[in-house]
Design a protein around this ligand. Structure first.
Ligand code: HEM
Length: 241
């Protein structure tokens, strides 16, 4: 990537295209993807994911090709095309409202109330994988119809990619979450809330790959199942408010 390009944060100008994905919007807001969010090729996506977030090339290729082929025009996409409801986009997102009934595109603006709800899940200054499991269970319980298998997998994938990209291994290590430890709320506020690369954050030292992502996603699925079981037994015992 051209080192002379300016990568300072700048919010999108009027008419720029943006997606429901904080990772890609932040890349556009910092000029690692075209700042207008339009005509983005799979190659541009792969390069940016590898350079900025240290994704492995295979994982970056899978995500980018699926995004461009499924939502774009085979060759390239405008970020807003990723908001087409029911393709990759799904209800029960952590920081975006659900698609309005009969709307083709889901909202791309972040809902500050959902950001606050996510960050309030733990009194500590960071969130663990277990907190993300609680967040998913909470959002899954708030939507009119459960997510199908593919969209549940996508929703878990979003959480584990976030943990791997922004998690630190040295604080509050979770026994099932393993090496990712916890994600600083300050990072999440900036990345999820303002769609900018957080101050003081450095990309992971080890590339984020397909195998590690799949295994963390299985851990997260297990945690969510356990939480659901405990919620339903507490409901039966009338110990929930
Ligand atoms: C080419 C790569 C990517 C594509 C095509 C893509 C696409 C999407 C789409 C369509 C959504 C909306 C899903 C929903 O309804 O919530 C989404 C959300 C999300 N993506 Fe990405 N994404 C990519 C890369 C990444 C990366 C690298 C990360 C993490 C480092 C990431 C993290 C997230 C998160 C956390 C959300 C959920 C936002 C919310 O819950 O409100 N994505 N992505």
């Amino acid at each position: 990537m051209n080192a002379s390009i300016d990568h300072a944060y700048s919010p999108p100008l009027a008419g720029a295209s943006r997606s429901p994905c904080p990772a890609l919007n932040a890349l556009a807001n910092h000029g690692y993807l075209p700042r207008n969010g339009r005509g983005i090729t799979a190659l541009q996506l792969v390069r940016a994911l590898v350079e900025v977030y240290n994704f492995s090339v295979p994982l970056a290729v899978v995500l980018s090709v699926v995004g461009v082929v499924l939502c774009g025009n085979w060759w390239s996409l405008d970020l807003h095309q990723l908001a087409k409801h029911g393709l990759i986009e799904h209800n029960g997102s952590l920081v975006h409202d659900d698609a309005h009934p009969h709307e083709v595109y889901a909202p791309t603006a972040v809902d500050p109330k959902l950001v606050a709800q996510l960050l309030a899940l733990s009194p500590s200054p960071s969130l663990t994988l277990r907190d993300f499991a609680r967040a998913r269970a909470l959002r899954d319980g708030s939507i009119p119809a459960p997510l199908d298998k593919v969209h549940s997998e996508i929703a878990r994938g979003e959480a584990v990619l976030t943990m791997q990209t922004f998690g630190s291994g040295d604080q509050n290590v979770d026994e099932v979450g393993g090496l990712d430890g916890a994600v600083s709320k300050a990072f999440l506020e900036q990345w999820l809330g303002q769609e900018r690369l957080p101050d003081g954050w450095h990309k992971p030292q080890v590339p984020i790959g397909l195998v590690g992502t799949a295994s963390r996603s299985r851990n997260l699925a297990k945690m969510i199942r356990e939480l659901r079981k405990s919620y339903s037994s507490r409901c039966r015992e009338h110990t929930l408010p």
